[in-house]
Design a protein around this ligand. Structure first.
Ligand SMILES: Cc1ncc(COP(=O)(O)O)c(C=O)c1O
Length: 364
């Protein structure tokens, strides 16, 4: 068994840390997969060995998420960004529009593509509050006869999340990229759920899209083949060459989630760990400051500020000398961001909270 060593505490927002066991298994199995004399990424995607991995991954997703049978699960290359376009192309129309919650960078990008297609409008925009919170239901503008509401369950850059999935009165379309499989999904609220794999699910290279199959009847005839959900649904995500390494890595990550208690356990894990970090912020006597509304605080991307930008740079540099990396906030907002996705070890969160306390007492 390959020993995975010399690991840093990796707080990257995506692609993100994977469990040592997953990396070790990938390394061990890579050169000779399933006694085939070749690696999985060298074999045909029509081979029996790959087919087993592919379908097992679909089955694991179904089991872990408890998604109802009337949802299709699709692996689609192009990341969540392609879904910003594919989702409106497949599901929305002039007669079936969606209100979009613009809760930050990602909600804004999703809306931009829907607007280009003339099928979406802004149902709420948090810009006036610097995208520091999610809206309440009564703030949503649903007066345009929208059939759906598009939401971003967790804004990775701003560090805010929808604390619950209250019923807006229409089915939701959700980008769950940065809190995928970190909490159970109440499926009755959703028509489509999608997200890039590279945060909570595995290596980069695809989106996992859950969509109600009844929606496929309304896909316009002129939708190009690869861009149609029907193609991926009918082909079991094997209509063309799939991102085999990504799916294989996701397979192992899903088994890790299952072995570690499934989505309920991931939810308590994320609550416990984010609580520890917010406590380190709140109990610092004002040295650290959370710029987001308390009720909307993300459990995946914890953003915070120090008294000035110079101290923030020193914080990042000193943290690196303690093997804590990727703590710089997104270039559009600055500050510090600690991403604590499912696979990040508890030890990394403990190292960070203890470093924060030392840093505040040395520089406060
Ligand atoms: C919430 C959210 N949506 C969409 C994206 C874009 O994802 P991708 O890079 O897979 O296209 C990201 C990337 O970080 C994200 O965090």
């Amino acid at each position: 068994m390959t020993t995975v060593s010399n690991r840093v505490h990796n707080f990257c927002a995506g692609p993100c840390v994977l469990p040592d066991d997953v990396l070790s298994e990938l390394a061990d199995e890579l050169p000779d997969f399933d006694k085939s004399g070749m690696s999985l990424i060298e074999m045909s995607h029509r081979s029996a060995s790959y087919d087993q991995v592919h379908h097992e991954t679909l089955d694991l997703l179904r089991e872990l998420t408890a998604v109802p049978d009337d949802f299709s699960i699709m692996f689609i290359q192009g990341g969540a960004s392609l879904q910003f376009a594919m989702l409106p192309m497949n599901v929305l129309s002039a007669q079936r529009t969606a209100g979009y919650v613009v809760s930050g960078t990602w909600g804004k990008k999703a809306l931009a593509d829907a607007e280009k297609l003339g099928v979406g409008y802004s149902a709420w925009d948090g810009g006036a509050d610097s995208y520091a919170r999610m809206p309440s239901l009564d703030e949503l503008d649903m007066g345009h006869g929208a059939s759906f509401l598009h939401v971003t369950s967790n804004e990775t850059i701003g560090g805010i999340r929808m604390a619950d999935f209250a019923d807006p009165g229409v089915p939701m379309l959700a980008d769950m990229s940065s809190d995928y499989l970190s909490r159970p999904i109440p499926w009755d609220r959703f028509a489509v759920v999608y997200g890039g794999a590279q945060k909570n699910l595995g290596p980069a290279g695809m989106s996992v899209v859950f969509a109600r199959t009844e929606l496929f009847d309304a896909i316009p005839d002129n939708t190009p083949g690869y861009l149609s959900y029907a193609t991926h649904h009918k082909g079991d995500s094997l209509a063309n060459t799939p991102p085999m390494f990504t799916i294989w890595g996701t397979n192992k990550m899903l088994k890790w989630i299952k072995d570690n208690g499934g989505l309920d356990a991931m939810e308590s894990r994320s609550q416990r760990r984010s609580d520890a970090l917010y406590q380190a912020i709140d109990q610092s006597g004002g040295f650290y400051r959370s710029p987001v509304d308390e009720a909307s605080r993300s459990r995946m991307n914890i953003v915070f500020r120090l008294p000035n930008e110079e101290l923030e740079s020193t914080f990042i540099a000193e943290a690196a000398t303690h093997d804590m990396v990727n703590l710089k906030g997104h270039r559009s907002v600055g500050g510090i961001r600690a991403s604590i996705y499912n696979a990040l070890p508890d030890a990394s969160v403990e190292a960070l909270t203890s470093f924060m306390a030392d840093f505040a007492s040395n520089h406060g």
